[in-house]
Design a protein around this ligand. Structure first.
Ligand code: F6R
Length: 239
């Protein structure tokens, strides 16, 4: 991968937003893959500002998000659908947006999500964060590198990390619908962002290789066009 270590999380967000906006500006019918979580918030804030100032135009862009909790409808405040509206879609005119299904028949929804990605011509640029346990999307350690969109069980540490997003007293769902590692690896370009000391071990394992299912992010070593943007804190364990 092309690895860039930048000073801090703000600089990482600026560089990531520029890369996404550049991809969108350079494609006739851009198709981007989007992530949720804390890391992309500053990126989306910059994309919202760029669209507001007419430095970026997403009106021809199609997006596909990585994952969604099972059991949560799009109106649930902790759903990733609600997160995307709050942080991007309510503020930027998008072409088409797609979210994996929180409700409905899992198998039918998973295969129609894969079909929608294919119909759009595949994902041109996929944005990824990384979990403390090395997960990408909700592909937890042990997930197969050829996995496709499906329902998975969340690791306890992932549920604990995301508990603050839920209303007091409400449990984090045990399952999610996620793009598979195989789905992600079909994106033509991948941008992984990692900031903060909590990510240092996961990032070091992902970059050191060899690709191994115990660290899902290490699958990215098998992809020819991966850029990793991280801050100094996340890079602290890199050799
Ligand atoms: C989010 C996702 C997750 C996060 C990861 C890091 O759609 O698929 O893999 O990217 O859990 O989350 P943050 O950025 O909150 O540390």
């Amino acid at each position: 991968p092309r690895l860039r270590v930048l000073d801090d999380a703000d600089t990482v967000a600026t560089a990531a937003a520029m890369m996404i906006a550049g991809h969108v500006a350079g494609s006739g019918r851009p198709v981007i893959g989007l992530a949720t979580g804390r890391t992309p918030l500053a990126i989306y804030a910059r994309l919202v500002a760029a669209a507001r100032d007419r430095r970026a135009d997403f009106s021809r862009t199609t997006s596909f998000n990585l994952d969604e909790y099972r059991g949560l409808g799009p109106e649930h405040t902790a759903s990733f659908a609600a997160y995307m509206r709050r942080n991007l879609f309510d503020h930027v005119a998008m072409g088409e947006t797609h979210m994996p299904a929180g409700l409905g028949n899992a198998e039918a929804e998973a295969s129609s999500y894969e079909a929608a990605i294919a119909r759009a011509g595949g994902i041109g640029l996929q944005l990824l964060g990384i979990g403390r346990n090395g997960h990408i999307a909700f592909n937890e350690p042990g997930a197969r590198f050829d996995s496709r969109t499906r329902v998975v069980r969340l690791a306890e540490e992932t549920r604990a990390a995301n508990a603050p997003d839920f209303p007091e007293g409400e449990a984090v769902p045990g399952e999610a619908m996620t793009m598979g590692i195989g789905t992600i690896l079909e994106a033509r370009r991948i941008l992984l962002v990692a900031t903060g000391a909590a990510k240092r071990a996961a990032l070091a394992r992902a970059v050191a290789g060899p690709p191994d299912a115990t660290c899902p992010a290490s699958a990215l070593l098998l992809h020819p066009h991966v850029t990793i943007l991280c801050d100094r804190e996340a890079a602290a364990d890199l050799g």
